[in-house]
Design a protein around this ligand. Structure first.
Ligand code: DAH
Length: 340
């Protein structure tokens, strides 16, 4: 019997060296420690051993059993570790893999310039008001001192919705809406979309304007120039100067065109300023007394200035854009160049 146990030990070592999975481990248990396994077999065979040898033989069998159990346990732990390692390998996260890129959008150049303009005026105490894009004739023309038969209506090619309803041709109707709601002192900005039946390299049927209106006691043209001077210095360049030229708008008297000294050549003359040294940037003037009266404000007590700025024009000058169409084409190669 001892010989058999020795043979079984050798067999056990051989089996152990081959165990590489839960299945082969279970087979090992069956073979040596199971109900019909070698240990059980040896126990059965104990009956055939001489009585006086049985205790010693039993001890040997038991030692064999304990050893088999121990080896089984060790082997089970080894398999557990192998399984864990395999699982870790399977679930490994490669932290060196580049993350998915999230593209950040950028603000549209018109929005960037609009915000910049609003910021400058907010710093001077202006409030922002937005009026409707679909206006009536009264607000867009009549109450702005442009009566039905006035030749100034020819200045603007209007998209009519019906006889009295139209797409606003400028942000100036915002002036009327504000003066209907508030009494002086008034200091307001009206940014927004405007529409005209006009299209070429510098005109688009839809574009943006920013209206400014200040009404208080003792407002003069000097206030307008002083304020615009500060504005253009912040938008273009600290060295830029302004100049007023006489002009005509029905809703202002006197009316002016405002030029800035060319920020490209410093006023010497170049392609941008068409060799004049000056660039026209906006229109404005002293609010016409009729307009104040149309809004129930006494022109004997109050006066005001107003101005209208084309946002596309400012953006095109600022960024050197030569075709207004680029601003509405939505070509990402163009738009991505503008970062706030
Ligand atoms: N509304 C004018 C335009 O669209 C611009 C303008 C000129 C606005 C003079 C004003 C102003 O408020 O006083 O061409």
């Amino acid at each position: 019997m001892e010989q058999r146990i020795r043979a079984l030990r050798a067999q056990m070592e051989e089996r152990l060296s081959r165990i590489d999975s839960r299945e082969s481990l279970a087979a090992f248990w069956q073979e040596f420690l199971g109900k019909k396994g070698s240990v059980a077999d040896l126990m059965k065979g104990l009956g055939t051993v001489a009585r006086e040898d049985r205790p010693a033989m039993g001890k040997v069998i038991n030692e064999f059993k304990v050893m088999a159990e121990q080896r089984y346990q060790e082997c089970s732990e080894r398999i557990g570790q192998l399984e864990m390692a395999a699982r870790n390998r399977r679930e490994e996260i490669d932290i060196t893999l580049p993350a998915k890129k999230r593209e950040m959008g950028t603000l549209h150049p018109i929005t960037i310039v609009k915000n910049e303009m609003i910021n400058v005026f907010l710093g001077m105490g202006f409030e922002v008001f937005e009026g409707p894009e679909i206006e009536d004739d009264e607000h867009n023309f009549t109450r702005l001192n442009v009566p039905k038969d006035h030749p100034a209506r020819d200045m603007q090619d209007t998209f009519y919705v019906s006889e009295d309803i139209l797409l606003r041709t400028h942000t100036s109707p915002g002036q009327i809406r504000v003066m209907d709601m508030e009494k002086p002192p008034i200091k307001v900005l009206v940014p927004g979309r405007v529409f005209r039946s006009d299209s070429d390299a510098t005109h688009s049927p839809m574009f943006h304007q920013m209206e400014g209106l200040v009404v208080d006691k003792g407002i003069t043209l000097c206030d307008l120039q002083g304020m615009l001077d500060k504005f253009v210095k912040q938008i273009f360049d600290a060295d830029v100067r302004t100049r007023l030229r006489p002009s005509y708008f029905p809703f202002t008297e006197p009316s002016v065109e405002v030029d800035v000294s060319c920020f490209e050549c410093g006023g010497k003359g170049c392609g941008l300023c068409k060799h004049t040294g000056w660039i026209e940037v906006l229109g404005g003037g002293i609010v016409h007394q009729n307009v104040l009266r149309n809004c129930g404000i006494d022109p004997e007590v109050y006066s005001g200035f107003a101005f209208g700025i084309g946002i596309e024009r400012i953006a095109m000058l600022k960024y050197g854009i030569n075709n207004i169409g680029l601003l509405t084409e939505n070509d990402l190669r163009f738009l991505k160049q503008f970062k706030d």
